[in-house]
Ligand binder design. Structure first.
Ligand code: UT7
Length: 338
């Protein structure tokens, strides 16, 4: 039976980062750059990168276990796994299928990946919310994980300085007390400017037909155009999401944005007139970990005490990236979620 609008509870959030640290000074060994150039334009000092055979599946599995532990939901009680990934080590099997297997889930629950780049967590939340609201599924695990560093052109100093690797996970479930933890949510895309950030798959045509042009498998980004676009659309968009939740900017406790560039974050902060305490950033240490950056910032913020949890605490989560895609949610941050 399908119930209309079963409310959603955010039950657990976790994250995982590789151990290996690469600083801006380290990058000066591979191209002509400086800590000053990178830090002043992006707010990044260092990033964590996968090393050896480590990959986004390992990180995603670790983040998933932590989010599940916080949620108190057994992996075998899950109804669906969604992995948000745009730089996966394999296109298929989907990362979500790998995670299902590593969690030792014995039921054949569905598992799939979605590609919304750095908006992946918000896209995953919107999809999961639809399934929970409609009563189709109850317990859903979202894993946002990427090993961006493996797909960088490490001679392209304007793009490769930005990205780091990492994973975040969130467990959503049907709310038992009638309170919905997703106060408002929205996702958007503009495919007509997709060329701003792209990554081709490497391949070739059948030898019996005309060959196609050779492609590399690297992430290509027109940083300037991305920057201009995001700074224009994001601040008013976030105001709309706050309004949709029936709130005013000052009513929301935290802004936990995608960590792509500190100057983009500051543009939103200025528009909302938020103090530094309300804006959670860790870009300095991890760079842009794409879809994982929001759950990492949330869970690490709680660990560090910069984010306080409680039934009356709320946050703006927002992402933007390749597609171009963007999305935002106003969420309740209950005690014990991370
Ligand atoms: O989640 C995905 C979302 N992506 C983003 O949010 C990216 C948004 N964009 C940005 O953050 C900025 O565009 C970047 C930080 C990526 C680049 O900054 P920019 O001010 O747009 O630099 P640019 O690429 O236009 O390059 C300006 C100059 C160039 O030199 P000339 O041609 O003016 O002589 C570059 O060659 O800076 C040079 N440059 C560098 N110099 C030292 C580019 N990268 C570097 C570098 N070190 N790493």
């Amino acid at each position: 039976m399908i119930n209309n609008c079963v409310p959603v509870r955010i039950a657990g959030v976790g994250y995982s980062l590789p151990e290996t640290v690469v600083t801006n000074d380290d990058l000066t060994k591979i191209y002509d750059t400086s800590d000053e150039w990178i830090y002043s334009r992006t707010g990044i000092k260092e990033r964590r990168l996968v090393s050896g055979e480590e990959d986004a599946i390992d990180l995603g599995f670790d983040a998933a276990k932590k989010a599940l532990a916080k949620s108190g939901i057994d992996p075998n009680e899950l109804d669906l796994i969604i992995a948000a990934s745009s730089a996966p080590p394999q296109l298929y099997p989907a990362i979500a299928c790998h995670i299902q297997s590593r969690l030792g889930i014995e039921t054949d629950i569905p598992a799939f990946d979605l590609t919304a780049a750095c908006s992946g967590l918000i896209y995953g939340m919107q999809v999961a919310k639809g399934f929970i609201n409609s009563g189709i599924y109850k317990n859903i695990l979202i894993v946002a994980t990427d090993n961006n560093s493996r797909y960088m052109d490490w001679s392209d100093r304007s793009t490769s300085i930005l990205f780091g690797d990492g994973a975040g996970a969130m467990v959503l479930t049907a709310s038992e007390d009638g309170l919905d933890d997703i106060l408002s949510i929205d996702i958007k895309a503009k495919g007509s400017i997709g060329e701003f950030i792209y990554k081709d798959n490497v391949g070739q045509n059948c030898p019996l037909v005309e060959p196609c042009k050779e492609r590399d498998g690297f992430v290509h980004m027109n940083g300037k155009e991305v920057y201009k676009f995001v700074v224009k659309i994001l601040p008013p968009y976030i105001e709309e999401i706050i309004e949709k939740a029936g709130l005013k900017a000052e009513d929301v406790d935290y802004l936990i944005p995608h960590q792509a560039n500190l100057r983009i974050i500051q543009a939103v902060q200025e528009r909302l007139e938020y103090s530094d305490e309300k804006v959670i950033t860790n870009i300095k240490y991890y760079g842009n970990t794409s879809a994982a950056s929001v759950p990492i910032a949330l869970a690490e913020g709680v660990e560090k005490g910069t984010v306080k949890l409680g039934k009356d605490k709320t946050a703006i989560l927002c992402g933007f990236g390749a597609g171009m895609t963007w999305g935002a949610a106003i969420v309740r941050l209950r005690d014990g979620i991370c």
